[in-house]
Write a protein of this length. Structure first.
Length: 51
């Protein structure tokens, strides 16, 4: 839940897209999406957040 909260906060306050966040923070998008999917969350480009 901490990962979800942190990522969504960064998407809301700092980055306009998941790609921008991953590039700036040096995170692999596929790995981040996989880890959050394991917890039952998926990324919405329309809303720019995981839910």
């Amino acid at each position: 839940m901490m990962l979800l909260s942190t990522v969504n906060m960064l998407l809301r306050d700092e980055y306009s897209s998941l790609d921008e966040l991953c590039q700036a923070e040096g995170i692999e998008r596929a790995e981040l999406c996989r880890r959050l999917a394991e917890a039952g969350f998926e990324y919405s480009e329309v809303h720019n957040k995981f839910w």
